[in-house]
Design a protein around this ligand. Structure first.
Ligand SMILES: Cc1cc2nc3c(=O)[nH]c(=O)nc-3n(C[C@H](O)[C@H](O)[C@H](O)COP(=O)(O)O)c2cc1C
Length: 327
């Protein structure tokens, strides 16, 4: 089967969730949330903070390679920062042309660049000079800003600029995260470029994966929110492709997931400021509610709580094998 990639998700899938999800398994690679590049040469510690995996040969603890994503609009500044990043030997360098956030777009970054394929070309061409051939240099794009009229031009511009693979989130900026994802447009892009293209958007189930591949014609698929809502999704997709019926014993899955929730809670308390940790757990549990009835009960119990101690106690009551946070 083609590759299954875990999508970059700023504020949701940082290295803690990447670690947990790739240990549950099924992913061939992951991409970090974006590192914003605006004017300065970032110190190594900025890349290391967003991608602690750099200290582990750019792999999660399960061994899954992690590429680092850059977001910016100035070709030379992006190229200089890519050179700085490449000194840390990332598993890949990815460029973001999809972020719809107003603050990012106001500065001409993210999805707004899709209005200007010539600029995309200049950015890719400049960054290409900084990324040695042994490090995969890729880009992730949406289909456009308000409409899809320039989608093919954007993909061709990135190819001419020297990226070696492209992920296409099959929606415009204006379409936000609203279904459907236009997988048929990924097929149109695939038809005009020579590069491997990865399809992305609205894969929540193994059946979605099969349809996404059929419609987009892509071998490789990247999964975002579906991976957070169902940590077993990649494994279930592999079972389906391998000819096994992906079992739907959600109660058994939930029991298997409990140690991962404990790991997440332990690691997130080490990583973020104490007052942010509860919010991060609630965010993940909120996604898990889409898949597990047990997550609904746990989420409702945790939601009103603000202190980590109380949350640890409630997690334990719900069968999560929590340990005390490391000092
Ligand atoms: C909370 C959140 C944060 C995201 N952050 C990024 C990001 O940093 N870089 C990026 O390229 N895409 C980002 N995305 C977009 C996802 O990578 C992906 O393209 C999108 O969610 C569609 O895939 P899905 O339908 O499987 O979720 C983000 C999406 C979400 C929901």
């Amino acid at each position: 089967m083609g590759k299954l990639l875990l999508a970059p998700m700023e504020g949701l899938a940082d290295f803690v969730l990447r670690d947990v999800l790739t240990r549950v398994g099924g992913y061939d690679g992951a991409v970090t949330e974006f590192v914003r590049v605006s004017g300065n040469l970032l110190p190594p510690r900025t890349f290391q903070r967003i991608c602690p995996e750099l200290a582990n040969h750019s792999r999660t603890s399960a061994g899954t390679p992690v590429a680092v994503q850059l977001l910016g609009s100035d070709p030379q500044c992006l190229a200089d920062n890519a050179a700085q990043l490449c000194a840390l030997n990332p598993a890949g360098v990815d460029l973001n042309f999809g972020c719809p956030a107003p603050t990012v777009n106001l500065h001409g970054g993210g999805a707004m660049l899709l209005a200007d394929p010539e600029r995309l070309f200049r950015i890719a061409e400049a960054v290409r000079q900084s990324v040695p051939a042994h490090i995969p240099f890729t880009a992730k794009m949406r289909l456009g800003v308000d409409d899809k009229a320039r989608a093919l031009d954007c993909a061709l511009a990135l190819e001419s600029g020297g990226v070696v693979a492209l992920v296409v989130h099959a929606r415009t900026r204006a379409e936000g995260y609203k279904p459907p994802a236009h997988w048929e447009w990924v097929a149109r892009i695939q038809d005009v470029v020579q590069l491997p293209v990865t399809a992305n958007g609205e894969v929540w189930t193994p059946d979605d994966y099969v349809r996404c591949r059929a419609v987009s014609g892509c071998e490789d698929v990247m999964i975002g929110r579906g991976a957070v809502a169902d940590p077993f999704l990649a494994r279930r997709i592999r079972m389906l492709v391998g000819g096994d019926e992906p079992g739907l014993d959600r109660a058994a899955d939930w029991l298997e997931l409990l140690p991962s929730i404990a790991d997440f809670w332990r690691l997130i308390q080490v990583k973020v400021a104490a007052h942010h940790a509860p919010g991060r757990l609630k965010l993940w549990l909120n996604s898990l509610r889409l898949t597990f009835v047990e997550a609904e009960a746990l989420y409702m119990a945790v939601r009103p709580l603000r202190s980590s101690e109380e949350i640890t106690r409630v997690l334990a009551l719900h069968g999560v094998p929590v340990l005390r946070a490391a000092a």
